[in-house]
Design a protein around this ligand. Structure first.
Ligand SMILES: Nc1ncnc2c1ncn2[C@@H]1O[C@H](COP(=O)(O)OP(=O)(O)OP(=O)(O)O)[C@@H](O)[C@H]1O
Length: 642
């Protein structure tokens, strides 16, 4: 088959038909393999400048495919027509062409011959794609137009509402593109309607979350409305204006259906920035209230604790080392009947200590009688202490019971004991030694069982040395000495004392809810207090009187503590001290301690104990600072600073 062939002419009647075929076609003589005719399409598809199709061999078009071509031709002759995609002719550009090759037997010719038609598969594929694209474009535009019409209808029929609504309203189609925007939305978003129409709504106004993280549109509840068909209501998200600033919104995204198909959504939103801010403020206020409540609870617990402490300490407030020491001394001595001598500056709590001892003693069911020795006229001392009978002296119109008798079974507190006239001190000594006395103007000796607590702000040793106080009486009284510590040496007690005085002031003034702020406490602690606790009490009482809405008005006396309040000021404020200043302060403090301890350095009531340092340390400081006994006072024999 396909032997060499000579030239033939095309059949003249079929030429026009053959030429006007859409696909490339060749007429081939099967026996010679000669191409008898080729139409215009075939020439375009297969001819090359140096290859004339007609009269050339078909094998030249299918190089290397002779066997396949023979099989195919046999099939065409046998079946009348046949097709294959396995033959790939050589195209005009020299490349193999993917074609569908259809063969049909040509009965009109004398020799067995076939018509080969080639469908260019690649071209067909391109046409398919174009056709699909055309369909898509035609359908898409129609779809878009319908959706557009739908949203235009919504916009038109609701024009009045859209214009009047305070809420922002806009529509999006199923691709998330904005379809209409009402004036309120324009105003809130800062975008013109024209700028938004057709733009991706999410990317324009909803691109970030309030925390600044990117908001992918797959997660956007607005778009979810036309994906799941549900109404989405969101309370606390942000929309962004054209200038990039964000504002809090609450919005509802409602899906729009067109003939059952989800066509988009209408979004109605409100600017809730103000509400959000108010909520935030409320939240912050509530958190503050919680914080304050917790603090109050803590303070209350603290106050309860302090009040318990106060009860245990029988009215002596404080947790400083000095107060703790005093309280342990009180507990210790209260169990005995020993005479106690309380020394210390005025207003440092000497009477309080006396009353604490009495309260803690077994005598507490009997009275604590106080005698202020400084307030009794000299001539009335005896009568005041021991009583008198009617007519004992001018003006003694009836019998009078003396303080010793009143205190029988209880405690007699001799305040300002250093003021007792020398001539009476012997009689006092007698009653202390023997428990016996006589009323003025009476012979009868009376017996009493009285515990004596004396107090003084004088240096009794000096009084003794200078002959103003009997030494034997002094030793009688000073069985158990307690030193009351000035306020300046126990700054840490100031907050508790202030609270204590404040609650007292509140009760007195019948005012409730007076509170001490942290700032008040800091102010009070920073002040350079003198020794007298009454000054603190006065400041607090004044502050309570001037208080407004429970807030105190703390007015501290100007110029710090008065120089008269203490012989040896010890600065406690946090001021910067020079080295010289520090030495001066140390010196003053040691002198004060020595004065208060009557020159004793060591021992429980010695200056070292008052200062809270070892006696050896104090001794070495005294030496370094060149302090001599003369600097604070002339020392009593045997008790001088060592
Ligand atoms: N540790 C304390 N706790 C509670 N209140 C105190 C304390 N120290 C002093 N005060 C108060 O200070 C005021 C003076 O105290 P007190 O009268 O006891 O001092 P004093 O040394 O006896 O004074 P004076 O030498 O003037 O007689 C009182 O109101 C007292 O309650």
């Amino acid at each position: 088959m396909f032997r060499e062939i000579g030239p033939v002419s095309a059949h003249p009647q079929t030429t026009w038909l053959f030429e006007s075929m859409v696909d490339a076609a060749l007429a081939v003589d099967v026996l010679s393999g000669r191409i008898l005719a080729a139409n215009e399409q075939a020439r375009r598809l297969l001819a090359t400048p140096d290859r004339d199709l007609v009269e050339s061999s078909i094998i030249a078009i299918f190089p290397g495919q002779a066997a396949a071509l023979t099989v195919f031709t046999e099939a065409v002759l046998h079946k009348g027509s046949y097709w294959t995609r396995s033959l790939t002719p050589l195209g005009a550009d020299g490349a193999q062409i993917h074609v569908e090759c259809i063969g049909s037997r040509l009965l009109s010719l004398p020799d067995p011959s076939i018509l080969l038609t080639f469908y260019d598969l690649e071209q067909r594929h391109r046409r398919d794609l174009d056709a699909q694209a055309d369909d898509h474009v035609r359908g898409g535009i129609a779809e878009w137009r319908r959706t557009e019409r739908l949203f235009q209808e919504i916009e038109r029929s609701n024009q009045l509402i859209l214009r009047a609504a305070g809420e922002g309203i806009f529509g999006v189609n199923a691709e998330g593109k904005t379809t209409f925007v009402n004036p309120a939305a324009e105003a809130m978003l800062g975008w013109e309607t024209g700028e938004l129409i057709g733009r991706d709504m999410h990317a324009s106004v909803h691109h970030h979350r309030p925390d600044g993280s990117h908001y992918p549109h797959q997660q956007c509840p607005i778009y979810a409305a036309f994906r799941d068909g549900a109404v989405h209501h969101v309370e606390d998200e942000m929309f962004f204006r054209k200038d990039g600033t964000g504002f809090w919104v609450a919005y509802t995204s409602t899906p729009i259906r067109d003939r059952g198909r989800l066509a988009g959504a209408v979004i109605i939103f409100r600017d809730i920035s103000q509400r959000h801010e108010a909520d935030e403020r409320l939240r912050a206020a509530l958190a503050e209230v919680d914080r304050l409540r917790e603090r109050l609870q803590r303070e209350n617990a603290y106050l309860q604790e302090e009040m318990a402490l106060e009860r245990n300490h029988r009215g002596v407030i404080g947790r400083s080392g000095a107060i703790r020491k005093i309280l342990s001394q009180v507990e210790l001595v209260a169990k005995t009947d020993a005479a106690v001598l309380v020394t210390g500056e005025s207003g440092t709590g000497k009477e309080l200590i006396a009353s604490a001892i009495h309260e803690a003693s077994t005598r507490n069911a009997r009275p604590l009688i106080r005698v202020n020795c400084a307030a009794i006229p000299r001539e009335l001392f005896e009568s005041e202490f021991f009583g008198h009978v009617r007519g004992a002296f001018t003006g003694a119109l009836r019998d009078r019971v003396g303080r010793f008798e009143l205190a029988d079974g209880g405690t007699l507190f001799l305040d300002e004991v250093g003021e007792i006239p020398l001539e009476l001190q012997g009689k006092l000594l007698r009653v202390l030694q023997e428990g016996q006395f006589e009323r003025v103007g009476e012979e009868r000796t009376r017996h009493v069982d009285v515990r004596i607590i004396a107090a003084t702000n004088k240096d009794l040793r000096r009084e003794v040395r200078e002959g103003r106080f009997r030494e034997d009486l002094y030793f009688r009284l000073d069985v158990f000495p307690i030193v009351s510590v000035p306020l300046r040496e126990r700054v840490e007690d100031i907050p508790l004392l202030a609270l204590h005085f404040l609650s007292g002031a509140g009760r007195k003034l019948k005012v409730e809810g007076l509170t001490l702020s942290e700032g008040d406490v800091q102010k009070l602690c920073a002040y350079d207090w003198p020794g007298n606790v009454r000054e603190l009490q006065n400041v607090i009482e004044r502050a309570a009187i001037l208080a407004r809405n429970g807030r105190l008005f703390i007015a501290l006396p100007e110029g710090g503590r008065s120089a008269a309040a203490s012989p040896a000021p010890v600065p406690l404020s946090g001021a910067i001290l020079t080295e010289a200043g520090r030495r001066e302060r140390d010196r003053a403090s040691i002198l004060a301690a020595l004065a208060s301890a009557g020159g004793r350095v060591s021992g429980p009531n010695g200056a070292a104990a008052i200062l809270g340092i070892p006696a050896t340390t104090l001794a070495s400081r005294i030496k370094t600072l060149g302090i001599s006994a003369r600097d604070w006072t002339a020392p009593a024999p045997g008790t001088a600073a060592d």
